[in-house]
Design a protein around this ligand. Structure first.
Ligand SMILES: *Cc1c(COP(=O)(O)O)cnc(C)c1O
Length: 355
């Protein structure tokens, strides 16, 4: 039966990315060796890294003076690597959920890191707005998309200080004004590639300013200078990343991804709002286009498990909500199709008709 993948991460990738990567795993560029067996220094692999970097720069319209690097350790390692490299005196953090909280916790190892605003009192069901931003911050850190709760800051904040963002779960889904940022980072496994590589975009002239000794691997300059080849990079994940960037470009780039995201999300949210069984869980104006969270209305609470089973029988995968929210979460990253979300809303309608 056809499956519709709504996993929150690792998540759905375009079919052709998977097929092309699979082919290279069997025989890399006709070399007779697998992509899994070649040296990262092989002459055929450097072009893969170069093309992946070039496509990210092109798609995100990255200005001069920024470097794109590929690292290990996930977005979680960036929670400490960001402040290690960029926290000089004081940094501000917006607490919009578990990931944001973890990033703040790690920053405190390196200096003064303050929580400027939080939506913890309402289980992170909204995005704090109109909070004061001190002008003496080294940077303002925020999480653009809160994967667990389904809220999103789908814009580049206006702030009197440079921005740093964890864009793990909505990077490449809209155009971004990179010039506002000191750094952008994202674990690739939500919207860009298979798991195993983290994309970090850093502003070169902000590097080397932090008043501390940095271990070699933690210093971004190591990876910028060596073109992400200081140590062995994750070859297969980078290859799949390059393939996804080709696919995004072929679809029309980030404006097209944005339009598709709007269209998909509208289909699902319209159904949540119309259907008597379901309701959304977050403030309407802060609804994520990437992770669409919903629960049963109170009077139908006992239908949660039956709906889950009903949808699963129809091929829906990964729609169970995170345990801290409950209910359902339909993750709609770039590769999610209109067909997929229509199948989901059809299941919601058909289930409603039975009750
Ligand atoms: C998944 C996720 C992370 C954690 O990513 P890892 O690569 O597993 O460390 C961090 N931030 C956000 C917003 C996420 O969605």
């Amino acid at each position: 039966m056809k499956k519709y993948n709504f996993n929150a991460g690792p998540s759905m990738l375009p079919r052709e990315v998977i097929e092309n990567t699979a082919k290279q795993i069997l025989d890399f560029n006709g070399s007779g060796l697998s992509l899994m067996e070649i040296s990262h220094r092989a002459k055929d692999f450097q072009p893969v890294v170069d093309e992946a970097v070039a496509l990210i720069k092109e798609l995100l319209d990255v200005p001069e003076g920024y470097s794109v690097i590929f690292l290990g350790g996930g977005a979680s390692l960036q929670f400490m690597q960001i402040p290690a490299n960029f926290l000089i005196k004081k940094a501000g953090y917006v607490n919009t959920g578990v990931w944001a909280k973890k990033s703040l916790k790690e920053a405190k190892h390196f200096g003064e890191a303050i929580e400027l605003a939080s939506s913890a009192d309402k289980n992170f069901s909204f995005i704090p707005k109109d909070f004061d931003i001190p002008t003496d911050l080294d940077y303002l850190h925020f999480t653009t998309n809160n994967t667990i709760y389904g809220t999103e800051i789908r814009k580049d904040l206006d702030a009197p200080v440079p921005l740093i963002a964890d864009m793990s779960s909505d990077i490449m889904s809209r155009p971004v004004d990179v010039s506002k940022y000191t750094a952008i980072y994202a674990g690739a496994q939500k919207n860009m590639a298979m798991a195993g590589v983290t994309v970090v975009i850093v502003k070169d002239d902000m590097l080397g300013k932090a008043p501390r000794e940095l271990p070699t691997m933690i210093d971004y300059r190591t990876h910028v200078e060596k073109g992400s080849m200081f140590n062995t990079p994750p070859v297969v994940p980078i290859y799949s990343l390059m393939e996804t960037m080709r696919w995004v470009k072929a679809q029309g780039g980030l404006k097209a991804m944005d339009a598709l995201a709007q269209e998909r999300a509208k289909i699902v949210y319209d159904e949540i709002d119309r259907n008597k069984l379901f309701r959304g869980t977050v403030a309407t104006e802060d609804r994520s286009l990437m992770n669409i969270c919903f629960v049963m209305n109170e009077e139908y609470a006992e239908l949660e498990k039956p709906f889950f089973d009903f949808a699963t029988e129809r091929g829906m995968v990964g729609i169970k909500g995170h345990r801290s929210v409950g209910g359902f979460r339909a993750s709609c990253y770039n590769a999610q199709t209109i067909e997929g979300v229509k199948e989901l809303t059809k299941a919601m309608q058909d289930f409603e008709a039975q009750h």
